[in-house]
Design a binder for this molecule. Structure first.
Ligand code: ADP
Length: 179
């Protein structure tokens, strides 16, 4: 039976977490793995409905995602999380809880995220229509020792995805070179 693990994406809004999760999921499934994606936006409309963006609420949201990822991981599923998860301490708490934990820092300059403005949220944050927006008026704490760093403002989606898959093979979570 394949080993479960959690692939934990962290990074600014628009950095590329959801895109990479969506890109990697079919590749992993084609290799015979069971995969579940816990996308930040989806979690906030379901599991974490009603939570806001204070540090306390953000930490509660991330601990819930971490808990679900933990039970998936122990059932040989690959859990992929795609939430900003801006606070280092709670990410490290999830790492401890889950064990088989691979942190991917989806690194992208604020300028690039803002110019992409995938969901139009940066414009709203700059206009003061959204408060506590990560990178604008709320903190983002970079991971200090992520297993993987992808730099999405200078790599294509394919390059970033390849980097992640290659590292997972190197770490022994995936069998070598099938795709
Ligand atoms: P997030 O989930 O982090 O908020 P999204 O995945 O919604 O971000 O948006 C990222 C945007 O950046 C997409 O439009 C995607 O096509 C683009 N992009 C450009 N290069 C990359 C890359 N190397 N990895 C991921 N996304 C990228």
């Amino acid at each position: 039976m394949a080993k479960g693990f959690t692939l934990w994406f962290t990074g600014l809004s628009g950095a590329g977490k959801s895109t990479l999760a969506e890109h990697i999921t079919p590749v992993l499934r084609a290799r015979g793995h069971r995969v579940e994606v816990l996308d930040g936006d989806e979690v906030r409309t379901n599991l974490s409905k009603g939570l806001g963006f204070s540090k306390e609420d953000r930490d509660t949201n991330i601990k819930r995602i971490g808990w679900v990822a933990k039970i998936l991981t122990r059932n040989e599923v690959i859990a992929i999380t795609a939430a900003i998860s801006p606070y280092r301490e709670v990410r490290d708490w999830c790492r401890e809880e889950i064990g088989n934990f691979v942190e991917v820092y989806v690194k992208c300059s604020l300028e690039a995220c803002e110019s992409r403005d995938v969901k139009g949220l940066y414009a709203k944050a700059r206009a003061g229509q959204i408060k506590q927006f990560t990178g604008i008026d709320d903190p983002y704490e970079e991971p200090l020792h992520p297993e993987i760093v992808v730099e999405t403002d200078r790599e294509t989606v394919e390059q970033s995805a390849h980097k992640i898959l290659a590292k997972l093979e190197e770490m022994g979570y995936l069998a070598n070179g099938k795709a």
